[in-house]
Structure formats: C-alpha cells, structure tokens
Design a protein around this ligand. Structure first.
Ligand SMILES: Nc1ncnc2c1ncn2[C@@H]1O[C@H](COP(=O)(O)OP(=O)(O)OP(=O)(O)O)[C@@H](O)[C@H]1O
Length: 277
C-alpha cells in the first residue's frame, strides 16, 4: 500500500517499529575547507548522531556552526572530509530522490504552475497521470493551495511559495525531509502560520524531518528532539527531547515546559558564545 493510500485509510501513518534502524545516521563526520591563505578551516569535527524513523529533529546553533553544511552533506550536495552519512541504511554518495529538500530561498521552477511544480518529481519518475493527479490534489489540499493550482510562482506570496515547496517535497514521498531555515525569509505573522501548517501536515505524513533554524521557539514548537550545536569547530553539544505532547499549537509557547526548555537551550548557546571569546 502506498503512503497516500495508507494516510487516506487511517488518517495517520503507522507507528514506528521499536527496533527500527535510525532513518538518518551521521557517523564521525568532519568537513574541512581550504582557506584563501592556504590553511584549513574545520567546519564540522567528528559529528555523530542519529535520527529515528518518523522523528522531527531540529538543529539549532550559532551562526557558522555548520548547520547548513550538515544538511548539504546529507542531501549529497557536498562530500564529508571524513566519516559517512547513511539514510535508510544506504550510504549517501550523491543527491537522490530519497531526500526531499526545502530551502530558505524559493526554489520553485518559475515556468511551471503550482500544480506542475508539485507534480514535477512524480512525472520524472514516470508515474501514471491518474496516480499523479491524486497525489497532487491531496497535497494541494494539505497546504491550502487548491485555488492557486494554476498560478505561477511569481503570482504567489513568499509563504505560498514555501507551501508549494513543502508540497512538492512531500509528494515525492522521500525517506527524509531536509529543511534549511525554510521560514527564515518570511515576516513573523506568516512564519507563525507556516509553523502551524507544518505541524498539521507533519502529523499526517509522519515523515522523518531534519529542520535547521536559528529560532529557538520554532525549534521547540516543531521538534521531537532539539540537537544543539556548538561552533569552532561545529559539533553537537547536546541532544534534548521536547517534553510537550502532540498535537501542538502555537499556545504551547506559554507552557512551563516550553519556557524551561527555552532557557536551557539559551544557556547552551550562551556558553558557546563565552567559550568563543
Ligand atoms: N565553500 C566554503 N568555503 C569555505 N568555508 C565555508 C564554505 N561554506 C561554508 N564555509 C564555512 O563553514 C562554516 C559553516 O557554515 P554553514 O553555512 O554550514 O553554517 P551555519 O551554521 O548554517 O550558518 P548560518 O546559521 O549563519 O547559516 C562557516 O564558518 C562558513 O563560513
């Protein structure tokens, strides 16, 4: 049974198997860049962590700690200097349709309509038209863009474009969804709307997600776990479970557990700033 059929039947996806292998395994990954003066800059140093299947993992950390680099390596858009990354047990050796990406800057195809953007990967895979149509309709509905299906990206707001990007990534049914500051360019009101939309869409899809953000509220609101990184060189400092039940809405920011966790993450990030000076 396809993922869509399962969602349509049950409303929710199956629970993860307790002994299932992690969906993402980052193993002793280091990344070094050559500097213009011939030296070496260590962007990531022996980073290891796992993300279980169907988990929403959020990475936070100071600017330049290597958050985006980690996503690029996982997407197969760059290669680690040492170590390896495994998605669904397969070593990452280049880009692949098993990893969906949503970036901060809008990456829709400007010459395709909303519908055609969402359909793009399915068509490329040779999926029959009737099946494609069902999937596209499902995701147009999920992200509330049914009325804009025939619009081109230039006729959409920033928030709408990111909704299309999310729909396009999920329509491909990837093993993992990689999101690099997807709401970073949006105004604060639209950002809140998008967080709420993503919470709802994720509850239905239960995809494994790795989401990078600077925003601590966003991290706690969305994540099952928050991976706090430190800089110079980039590394995982601490992994924290978010002790807040789902389904969640924007009101959770007022809960004591939320505030406690926010204070804890701020403390970890401040320690890092002090270590750097
Ligand atoms: N192509 C490159 N050549 C040299 N250094 C690079 C290159 N790409 C990234 N870096 C450096 O590697 C470090 C990690 O960069 P990265 O963009 O992954 O950090 P980040 O945590 O995502 O930052 P931000 O939060 O500001 O987006 C930074 O210090 C950056 O300057």
């Amino acid at each position: 049974m396809g993922a869509l059929a399962m969602m349509k039947q049950d409303g929710v996806a199956a629970q993860p198997h307790p002994t299932a292998a992690p969906r993402l395994r980052v193993e002793e990954v280091s990344l070094r860049y050559r500097t213009p003066d011939g030296g070496v800059f260590s962007a990531l140093d022996k980073v290891s962590f796992e993300v279980p299947d169907q988990q929403f993992a959020v990475i936070v950390g100071p600017s330049g700690c290597g958050k985006s680099s980690l996503l690029y390596l996982t997407a197969g858009l760059a290669e680690p200097s040492d170590g390896a990354i495994f998605v669904g047990g397969q070593k990452v050796e280049g880009p692949g349709a098993d990893r969906g990406m949503v970036f901060q800057s809008y990456t829709l195809f400007p010459w395709l309509t909303v519908r055609e953007n969402i359909e793009f990967g399915l068509k490329r895979r040779g999926m029959p038209a009737a099946e494609r149509k069902d999937i596209v309709e499902y995701y147009l509905n999920e992200v509330g863009l049914k009325a804009f299906a025939e619009n081109y990206p230039k006729q959409l707001s920033g928030g709408m474009m990111q909704r299309v990007a999310i729909a396009r990534a999920l329509a491909n049914d990837p093993q993992i969804l990689l999101m690099d500051e997807p709401f970073g360019a949006l105004d604060s009101q639209t950002r809140l709307q998008m967080q709420q939309l993503l919470l709802r869409v994720w509850e239905h899809s239960k995809k494994t997600v790795v989401f990078v953000t600077h925003d601590i509220d966003e991290a706690i609101l969305l994540g099952d776990r928050v991976y706090v990184m430190g800089a110079r060189p980039g590394r995982i400092k601490q992994i924290l479970d978010v002790p807040i039940d789902r389904p969640r809405n924007l009101d959770v920011v007022m809960e004591p557990e939320f505030i406690r966790m926010k204070r804890q993450i701020l403390g970890l990030l401040h320690d890092d700033l002090h270590e750097a000076h």
